[in-house]
Design a protein around this ligand. Structure first.
Ligand code: NDP
Length: 326
């Protein structure tokens, strides 16, 4: 028997809490992992609170990522004792996830722990950091270099935004950090942001084209914020869009695309092919300032996960929330 967060649904609604589970109840998979660390992400908060239909079947163990040690394996790629991590693949949505002391998954979903980082550090990075790196790589593929000009990062105090800011600054980009919490300006400057923009400035519907400000963007907000970011891109600027913290809609026009040659790249971390995720993780292990990462990390006990989840939806979370599991 082991501890797990479990979400269940009945006629009276959705309930989530800490439960005792037997290993025999785990879903099928060819690798059994003793989870060492998991994390809390925006998507986990949506799943746990039921604010969005993230969970596809009940009961469900949430947790879209984890790092741990292989306990049993019939997959030729893994053996007991191997240190592994997992992000996405529907884990925590349609397959029991990482907010539990054990997880049974397909070995195809596992990434070996990159050299140079611990299991704890891997989850301090987590899906947020891995997604931030996918966004940085997308901007690079679009030809955006530090010489191109300033990069705008939205939701900068959150998990993806904080790590995106750090990664870009470490590579020599100037970063304009957009936040709804201007009181966190010192925190953002410590991550490497060169200017702070109050989110209110981008929250009202604007003109199809605004003054050219940024050479690139990493957006976690969607909605009007993303529309305003697109409208203020410089000629041939590029935006990597990964989130919907500000809304699912995108009230924009084609003007930035057809008049300024702006490109918009969608980032999905969940089904991202393994070779790309492996490269992203290797780069994270090499490029991220681990000491700085520690400063943006808060630990949340497994027993406190359910009560902490609503804070994500209220926009109160700073940096990364790490869950010590074993
Ligand atoms: P966090 O909750 O850590 O950060 C989200 C941040 O968004 C908040 O801290 C806040 O930053 C900002 N924000 C909150 N409300 C609004 C609003 N109404 N308008 C604009 N910005 C807002 O979440 P994560 O960093 O983990 O995830 C961010 C987004 O990215 C989520 O939508 C998540 O679902 C998505 N995501 C997508 C992935 C993918 O594969 N595509 C993978 C990982 C995440 P501030 O206070 O600084 O403004």
């Amino acid at each position: 028997m082991f501890n797990a967060v479990l979400i269940d649904k009945s006629d009276s609604g959705q309930v989530a809490g800490l439960s005792r589970i037997d290993t025999s109840q785990l879903p099928p998979g060819d690798v059994l992992v003793d989870v060492a660390w998991s994390t809390l992400n925006y998507k986990d908060a949506l799943a746990i609170t039921g604010a969005s239909p993230v969970v596809r079947s009940f009961p469900m163990v949430p947790g879209i990522d984890f790092a741990g040690v292989v306990a049993e394996s019939s997959n030729p790629g893994f053996k007991p004792g191997d240190r592994v991590l997992l992000n996405g693949w529907g884990v925590g949505e349609k397959h029991w996830g990482g907010l539990a002391e054990r997880a049974c998954v397909s070995g195809d979903w596992l990434v070996p722990l990159p050299e140079g980082i611990s299991l704890r550090q891997a989850m301090a990075i987590g899906t947020a950091g891995y997604t931030a790196m996918l966004c940085v790589i997308a901007l690079e593929h679009s030809g955006v270099t530090p010489e191109s000009g300033e990069i705008v990062v939205t939701g900068a105090v959150g998990g993806v935004g904080s790590i995106a800011t750090m990664l870009l600054a470490a590579r020599g980009y100037k970063v304009a950090a957009v936040t709804g919490r201007p009181a966190e300006a010192d925190y953002l400057t410590s991550l490497g942001a060169s200017s702070i923009i109050d989110r209110a400035e981008l929250s009202q519907p604007g003109r199809p084209l605004a003054k050219e400000r940024w050479a690139g963007g990493i957006d976690v907000a969607g909605g009007v914020v993303l529309a305003n970011v697109l409208a203020a891109m410089r000629y041939r600027g590029a935006v990597a869009a990964c989130g919907l913290a500000g809304g699912m809609e995108l009230p924009t026009t084609v003007a930035p695309f057809i008049l300024r040659g702006v490109s918009l790249t969608g980032i999905d971390s969940v089904m991202c092919p393994k070779p790309e995720r492996t490269i992203a993780w290797q780069r994270l292990a090499q490029e991220l300032d681990i000491a700085k990462l520690e400063g943006m990390t808060t630990e949340v006990e497994l027993a406190d996960v359910v009560s902490t989840a609503p804070k994500f939806l209220e926009g109160q979370v700073r940096g990364r929330n790490l869950v010590p599991v074993n």
